[in-house]
Write a protein that binds this ligand. Sequence first.
Ligand code: APR
Ligand code: PHB
Length: 388
Amino acid sequence: MRNQICIIGGGPSGLLLCLLLRRAGLDAIVLEQRSRDYVLARIRAGVLEQGLVDILRAAGVGKRLEAEGFTHDGTLIVAHGQRVHIDFKALTGKSVTIYGQTEVTRDLYDELDRIGAPVLHGAEGVTIHGAATDAPHVTFRHDGQDRRIDCDYVAGCDGFHGPSRRTIPEKLRRQFEHVYPFGWLGILSETPPLQHELVYAGHDRGFALCSMRNAGLSRHYLQVPLTDEVGDWSDAAFWAELRRRLPADLADQLVTGPSIEKSIAPLRSFISEPMRWGRLFLAGDAAHIVPPTGAKGLNLAASDVWYLSQALIARYAGDAEPLEAYSARALSRVWKASRFSWSMTRMLHSFPAEGAFLARMQATEVEYLAGSQAAQTALAENYVGLPY
Ligand code: APR
Ligand code: PHB
């Protein structure tokens, strides 16, 4: 079997890349290890930068997003006695769209099915061969048979735990990691959102976030110690702690209800350089992880995929330069988004082990933010998304 591009991973990165390449007439195939139901069962943030919304619209998968997505012109930060509304629209002229990552993934699957693009589920033991040669190939097992795909290029869109990044020889990789000393306990409840926009709360007891999926489905988070387990937290305990971390007027507005999903996720910042080895190119979580505070995970996957799709299209049109520049170009935006995600995490979470000086620096940063349009503009331009 031969394809021009073999894409490993059927998450947002792999699916969007496949769609953009096939829209340009290129022959791409997706190999996904899990079932479609498994992939679509993942609960993930859905704060879409304008850049991602534009790409999805241009790729012909923006219809449901436009009908069901929520436009947010700002967000509220309540921390250390301050209350700051960051007015994205007034400060940058841009907004963000709230639309679950699961829905983005579903829309991409549906469109790929409609155009007959090959997406193989249940691809086991995917292994990349000859990435540093002019004739790479990928082997895997599917439906009990050993399979091989010969291709021109391999796109590693297989997330943090996939094989692509590890295919690059360790001595050629530079990996940067910061693990945060806490996790996020998330709850999904069929209750109305606290506010029409997201509320980021910083408190001595810890960070909290009040988000949403739609007008009747809320997603809330609490910073918790890494030693906590989901079973330690009853719904009542979650709601009581969330109220403690909110200003009284907002706590009084909170509508509580039974959780329909509850989980704890660790936080890390991770970047692996380069995002390319020979004819293997990494995109999305395969190359980098950001703490969810800045809602950048999906949006960074989108800019990687945009750069890579345009570079591959250019390559087949005879221009090799964009593909040579891909890794450096993608990493420049990845590092900037990682900086923002790290800075939002540092500003709003409690770090008791780091003592009183950091706590005062955090409070001062929020006080400065509250009083400076320049600081609010800087936060806003990062939140809505830096230019591609
Ligand atoms: N073979 C085939 N597929 C694999 C393999 C493998 N060995 N290992 C992993 N995969 C698949 C996973 O099952 C998953 O569906 O690759 C896909 C990777 O998808 P994601 O982890 O969602 O990563 P990505 O597509 O880059 O999307 C990034 O997902 O994790 C969030 O916050 C992140 O929102 C961001 C988005
Ligand atoms: C979410 O809705 O899950 C969400 C929103 C914003 C974030 C993180 C998570 O910064």
